[in-house]
Write a protein that binds this ligand. Structure first.
Ligand code: ZN
Ligand code: FE
Length: 258
C-alpha cells in the first residue's frame, strides 16, 4: 500500500506527500498550496521532493508551486484545461502521470464541477481528488454545473470499494452534520460521526476515507437512495425526476446549511 504523509496547511488543507515505493525518502507533493509547511516537513523527516501533482487551479492548491520549484528541477503535472504555475505536463482523462524512477504511476480522471478542468489521480489503491469528493461531502460548484459534478462523483464512486480517498480538506465533521440532516436514520452516518468526533477531539485527521464508506454515508453519492431523494423533495417542495436533480437540490441545500 502507498505510504502517504499529510502536511497541514492554512486552516483545513491537507497537502499529501506520496512516498516512492522504490525509495521512501523521495516524495511527490499533491496540491502544495503553501511551500513553507512542505519545506518544514521535508527538512524534519529528511525527505526529498521529487515531483508535484496538481488537481485544480485554486490558490490553496497551487500557491506553493513557484517556491517549491525555485531550486529544484522536478516533474510537475496538472490539468490540461487550467492555468497552473510551474509549466506542468498537461493531463486529461486517459492520460497517466508517470514517475518511473519513483515506481509511481497514476491514471487521470476528468472530474469537472468544482472547477471546469479539475482532474483526479488514481493509482496504487488510492485516489487524490482535490476538492471534488470530500468525506461525507463534495466541493462547491464554482465553475461547473450540478450535472457535471454529479457525473464526476458518480465516476469516483465506481472506483473499487477499498480505494483510499485523499481529498484536500478536513471538512468531515461539518459535512456529517449536514449528512445527519439529510439522512437522520442512516446508522452508518451516525456511527461515522461518533468516530470522527473522537478523532477530531484528539486533533487527528479523518482522511483518508475510502469509497465503500463514502457510498454508505456521503449524501452526494447517494442521490439514488429513496431517503435522500425524499429529503431533497421535502426541502425543494416538489417532485424530483432524476439523480442529477436530487444532487442539485442537496448541493444548494448544503450551501445555505449552518
Ligand atoms: Zn478548490
Ligand atoms: Fe481547496
Amino acid at each position: 500500500m502507498l505510504q502517504v504523509t499529510p502536511v497541514r496547511a492554512f486552516t483545513d488543507n491537507y497537502i499529501w506527500l506520496i512516498h516512492s515505493p522504490a525509495d521512501t525518502a523521495r516524495v511527490v507533493a499533491v496540491d502544495p498550496g503553501d511551500a513553507r509547511p512542505v519545506e518544514r516537513t521535508l527538512a524534519e523527516r529528511n525527505l526529498t521532493l521529487a515531483g508535484i501533482l496538481i488537481t485544480h487551479h485554486h490558490a490553496d492548491h497551487v500557491g506553493g508551486v513557484a517556491d517549491l520549484l525555485r531550486n529544484r528541477s522536478i516533474p510537475i503535472y496538472g490539468p490540461a484545461n487550467e492555468s497552473i504555475p510551474g509549466n506542468p505536463t498537461r493531463l486529461r482523462e486517459g492520460d497517466r502521470a508517470s514517475l518511473p524512477d519513483l515506481d509511481l504511476e497514476f491514471q487521470v480522471l476528468d472530474v469537472p464541477g468544482h472547477t471546469a478542468g479539475h482532474i483526479a489521480y488514481v493509482g496504487h489503491g488510492a485516489v487524490f481528488c482535490g476538492d471534488t469528493l470530500f468525506s461525507a461531502g463534495c466541493g462547491r460548484l464554482f465553475e461547473g454545473t450540478a450535472e457535471q459534478m454529479h457525473a464526476s462523483l458518480s465516476k469516483l464512486a465506481t472506483l473499487p470499494a477499498e480505494t483510499l480517498v485523499y481529498c484536500a480538506h478536513e471538512y468531515t465533521l461539518s459535512n456529517l452534520k449536514f449528512g445527519r440532516a439529510v439522512e437522520p436514520n442512516n446508522q452508518a452516518t451516525a456511527r461515522y460521526q461518533a468516530e470522527c468526533l473522537e478523532l477530531r477531539a484528539r486533533d487527528q485527521a479523518t482522511i483518508p476515507t475510502n469509497i465503500r464508506r463514502e457510498r454508505n454515508v456521503n449524501p452526494f453519492l447517494r442521490c439514488d437512495d429513496q431517503s435522500v431523494k425524499q429529503a431533497a423533495e421535502a426541502h425543494a417542495g416538489r417532485r424530483l425526476q432524476s439523480e442529477p436533480e436530487v444532487f442539485a437540490v442537496i448541493r444548494q441545500w448544503k450551501d445555505g446549511f449552518r
